[in-house]
Design a protein around this ligand. Structure first.
Ligand code: UD1
Ligand code: UDP
Length: 381
């Protein structure tokens, strides 16, 4: 298919959760600025409040907002609604391409609905694999489904490229572009430098915890619900007994996370349980934290880029690059292990310094432009 600059190619960018929005806003900006494309944005709103925080900061007004989030939604109910509703949008928009990111239900259903219409799919952040279909669950299978469908696979690193080659994805369809999260991190850093008030909302907390060593925590993985969340809370209670330490924990809006954390951690002197932070404020938390303790995917990429040791509360990771470089460590969800690892970093300067090296295998901040050029090349624009 050939498009000319007078007939820009319509590309439908689909996302639904906070991390997809963070990792796609640089690509949406690059597509919108490019006369070769007519970029349309469809949000499933699989997340509502946490998605809207990103849309606002990034200045994106979606062309379609499916508003699909339901309280404590099930995977099957969500997936069924996504396929039907995203298919309707594709029928209305008739895009030449569909873009999805990562491994959420929205991304998987978007790819599948596009495949049912034989619309080529561009996959941003392709080729991440843990090798275990239950860790992370259901993301490992979601991304394998997208991998089976995608036309262009934008792998963040050579590790992810190699994983796709092992699954017999043709080499010519894989491009190592870096991860767009680094584009997003650079962008937000520049905005904060221009206007520090954008990330000024933590000032009271920073004053309350002045002189203490701050540990930033996030947690939301489905495979950690139940015992995992209880163990994480137990570990935080123990760490918080240290008078030199403070924990800042923006709590994910998922009720399976909030119920446990509110019950186990509310009211502790050294623990601030706060609402999800918008991206500039989360970037501020990354900069004031001495250590990040997380089960998040994106935070595993951002913390090493900023030279912050990151302890990953998972059994496996699809992002081995940080672990191999020594800036990230898998600690699982055993409370005693989490406490030991945190105390070792707090008490052993050499151990801390060994992890606290800025290390950025995930990208150079130029990924979005590369992705747009590669799609344009593929469609002959
Ligand atoms: C989803 C993704 C996961 C991603 C995570 C990022 C799937 C299957 N999971 O998990 O890959 O790492 O997002 O955060 O796609 N909720 C709100 N407000 C919000 C967001 C969520 O109230 O803004 C609550 C709702 O009750 C919702 C529940 O959280 O039903 C679960 O949201 P869902 O998107 O299904 O799963 P996550 O665990 O957020
Ligand atoms: N994040 C944020 N505010 C918060 C917590 C996280 O903006 O309170 C950002 C974080 O910088 C990262 C992304 O959200 O870019 C990670 O999202 P999440 O952990 O929900 O999902 P995952 O990356 O595990 O899919």
């Amino acid at each position: 298919m050939t498009e000319t600059s007078t007939n820009p190619a319509r590309i439908l960018v689909i996302f639904g959760t906070r991390p997809e929005a963070i990792k796609l806003f640089p690509v949406v900006a690059a597509l919108k600025a490019d006369p070769r494309f007519d970029a349309r944005v469809c949000v499933s709103a699989q997340h509502r409040g946490m998605l809207d925080q990103v849309l606002e900061i990034a200045g994106i007004t979606p062309d379609h907002d499916l508003d699909l989030m339901r309280p404590n939604q099930t995977l099957d109910g969500l997936t069924a609604a996504l396929i039907t509703e995203l298919g309707r949008v594709m029928d209305a928009e008739q895009p030449a391409r569909v873009m999805v990111q990562g491994d959420t239900a929205t991304a998987m259903a978007g790819a599948l609905a596009a495949y049912y219409r034989k619309i080529p799919v561009d996959h941003v952040e392709a080729g991440l694999r843990s090798g275990n279909i239950y860790h992370p669950w259901p993301e490992e299978v979601n991304r394998k489904i997208i991998g089976a469908i995608a036309r262009l696979h934008f792998a963040p690193t050579q590790v992810s490229r190699a994983a796709l080659l092992r699954e017999n994805v043709p080499d010519a369809q894989i491009h190592v572009t870096g991860n767009t999260v680094i584009d997003a991190l650079h962008w937000v850093g520049a905005r904060i430098a221009e206007n520090p008030a954008l990330a000024g909302g933590l000032a009271d907390l920073e004053a309350r915890f002045a002189g203490k060593r701050i540990i930033g925590v996030t947690s939301h993985r489905r495979e950690n619900f139940g015992d995992g969340m209880e163990n994480i809370a137990t570990a935080i209670r123990t760490i918080a007994q240290r008078p030199d330490t403070a924990i800042i924990f923006p709590v994910h809006l998922n009720p399976n996370v909030r119920a446990v954390m509110n019950e186990r951690l509310a009211g502790l002197d050294n623990v601030a349980l706060i609402e999800p932070l918008d991206y500039p404020h989360f970037a501020r938390l990354l900069s004031i934290a001495e250590i990040m303790l997380t089960d998040s995917g994106g935070v595993q990429e951002e913390a090493p880029a900023l030279g912050k040791p990151v302890l990953v509360m998972r059994e496996t990771t699809e992002r081995p690059e940080g672990v191999e470089a020594g800036t990230a460590r898998l600690v699982g969800t055993d409370s005693a292990r989490i406490v030991t690892e945190i105390f070792s970093l707090l008490d052993d300067k050499a151990a801390y310094e060994a992890m606290a090296r800025a290390h950025n295998p995930f990208g150079d901040g130029q990924s979005a432009g590369r992705i747009v050029d590669l799609i344009a090349g593929d469609i002959g624009a």
